[in-house]
Write a protein that binds this ligand. Structure first.
Ligand code: MN
Ligand code: MN
Length: 303
């Protein structure tokens, strides 16, 4: 006899809820899950504390989305709690993969509160079986294209995109807002089919054309969006693990997310690399909570 094991029951622990509720309960399409994990972080640690701080900040923000033309009150979502993480990166990624696969199997959309960027790898592994043509759009200041970081470490926050293109191919990955990388990473990017828009290019452009190109990229497939919060300029998002200047304005990021997240294209989303330990003004947690609130609302918006 085969016994069905629910990874949702096995790996998820209780937590303070996003925007105070479990509305829709387990029936909701959007399922918020936290992944309090930062074992491979190399500069400013603390992303493991982000899920709870994002939930806390979410209690104090206004929830009407003028881009979506609707209120978050009308959005169906369920906060399932946090994945029970362990210091070992492979074990934690396997747990993320299993939970995300279970949600995908139930035709639910995981909305993941990281944690460091590594967790994206587990999420994509869990989704790809159900969406074999999945495209991935990553917002990040960094390419994350190193082969090892530090030396000997194949899976870390600085190798995420590299391991992802090993798994699904470079033609299925597009990066938005990159500006901080080594010469080696630039060579890897330029010798692959990976597409990328630098933040300098975006900051100087009318980005309507770029939104068109991004929508074209996912026109025949579902998409997963990973938002490394360091893509936003550190003047707006100072509390990230690896801040880099010349980032994007939050308005631009929300405009692009709005264009991409509606019309049922989005099958999963994560926000990563926020570290509450450096959030002296408390504004980065508010920014992260607002972005999650907007993304959840956009999934219900239609043209
Ligand atoms: Mn990253
Ligand atoms: Mn980054």
């Amino acid at each position: 006899m085969v016994t069905f094991v629910s990874y949702l029951e096995l790996y998820i622990s209780d937590a303070f809820n996003y925007l105070g509720g479990r509305r829709g309960e387990a029936e909701a399409t959007n399922v918020v899950i936290g992944v309090p994990f930062d074992s491979t972080s190399s500069f400013r640690v603390g992303a493991r504390y982000a899920p709870e701080r994002i939930r806390e900040a979410s209690q104090y923000i206004e929830t009407y989305s003028y881009r979506a033309g609707m209120d978050f009150d009308d959005v169906d979502y369920y906060d399932a709690g946090n994945i029970a993480t362990v210091p070992n990166v492979m074990t934690t990624l396997t747990r993320v993969e299993r939970v995300v696969a279970e949600l995908a199997h139930q035709e639910k959309r995981p909305i993941i509160l990281g944690g460091e960027h590594t967790i994206t790898l587990g999420a994509i592994k869990g989704l790809i079986k159900f969406h074999p043509d999945l495209k991935v759009i990553i917002f990040d200041a960094h390419f994350d294209l190193r082969d090892e970081y530090p030396e000997g470490q194949k899976i870390s926050h600085a190798t995420v995109t590299r391991r992802l293109i090993d798994d699904i191919g470079s033609e299925r990955v597009l990066l938005v807002g990159v500006r901080a990388f080594s010469r080696y990473e630039l060579e890897v990017a330029n010798s692959s089919d990976i597409r990328y828009f630098t933040s300098c290019y975006l900051n100087k452009s009318k980005y309507d054309e770029i939104i068109k190109e991004l929508k074209n990229f996912i026109s025949t497939s579902k998409c997963y969006i990973s938002l490394d919060l360091d893509v936003i300029d550190p003047s707006y998002a100072p509390a990230v693990q690896n801040p880099e200047i010349e980032g994007l304005h939050p308005t631009m990021v929300l405009d692009i997310l709005h264009a991409l997240c509606k019309d049922e294209k989005l099958v999963g989303f994560d926000i990563v690399e926020f570290t509450p330990l450096f959030d002296y003004s408390g504004t980065t947690s508010v920014l992260a909570a607002k972005i999650v609130c907007e993304v959840l609302t956009y999934t219900f918006a239609r043209d």
